[in-house]
Design a binder for this molecule. Structure first.
Ligand SMILES: [Zn+2]
Length: 236
């Protein structure tokens, strides 16, 4: 299956006040300095949150993961509260666990996972909780290469056969994103990206989330994880 060339990195804009430049953080193969973020330095803005995820993914895909924020001290500190800096809406796929893919630890990410990143009231409520109650500055919709849920939705449409039980609901939700300009594996792959964009757009249309976006307090970003090289790259 072709995965295409990442067109954009996760972080497009340089973050003011740092030495890290745009485009480097997810595309450069050379090693950067390992970052051990003190817990007090929680990313507070959308750009800072994207940068942290970008750097964490770079550690992960270059086999320099730190498994941060797992110590006894961290665990005790977290007893009294949590301040995650990103909501990651990802797929249930066992090969794409957000905490590993972004090399984050306890208290860092609020992860919401459903097959094919499909939205329902529980997923929307979970994301809204993170953004509105915990004031998280970033929602990342994370699709991935070879998504079985997307493949099932494509196949269901092509064959006309209904999927068992509640799996049909997933297919129905993904269906509007199916890319009919492609065929075979390319159709599934294109639909993975289109589905991320569709979910991202639906979230962006939520009034409470849109208000925070317009205030510069929140970014809603679409991205893909490639199983082949473990790169996360921005697509919407
Ligand atoms: Zn999947």
């Amino acid at each position: 299956m072709t995965t295409g060339t990442p067109r954009r990195t996760l972080l497009r804009a340089a973050v003011a006040g740092t030495a890290v430049t745009a485009g480097v953080t997810l595309t450069a193969s050379s090693a950067g300095a390992a970052v051990t973020r003190p817990r007090s330095a929680r990313p507070a803005t959308p750009d800072q949150a994207l940068l942290e995820l970008s750097e964490g993914n770079k550690r992960w895909r270059t086999f320099r993961q730190q498994h941060p924020h797992e110590t006894e001290t961290v665990r005790q500190t977290l007893v009294t509260g949590q301040h995650p800096f990103a909501v990651v809406l990802g797929c249930i796929d066992s090969r794409v666990p957000p905490e590993l893919a972004f090399d984050q630890g306890l208290g860092d990410l609020m992860t919401v996972r459903s097959a094919g990143e499909v939205l329902d009231e529980a997923v929307l409520g979970s994301i809204a909780y993170g953004v509105l109650e915990l004031e998280i500055p970033l929602v990342l919709v994370l699709g991935h290469q070879s998504c079985g849920a997307v493949a099932a939705a494509v196949e269901a449409e092509e064959t006309g056969e209904r999927l068992p039980a509640h799996i049909q609901y997933l297919a129905d939700q993904i269906k509007p994103a199916i890319d009919h300009s492609q065929h075979g594996d390319a159709r599934v792959d294109a639909t993975v990206s289109a589905n991320v964009k569709m979910v991202q757009a639906r979230l962006a249309a939520e009034p409470d989330l849109a208000a925070r976006v317009s205030q510069g307090k929140l970014a809603i970003v679409g991205a893909r994880y490639e199983l082949t090289n473990q790169l996360v790259h921005r697509i919407a």
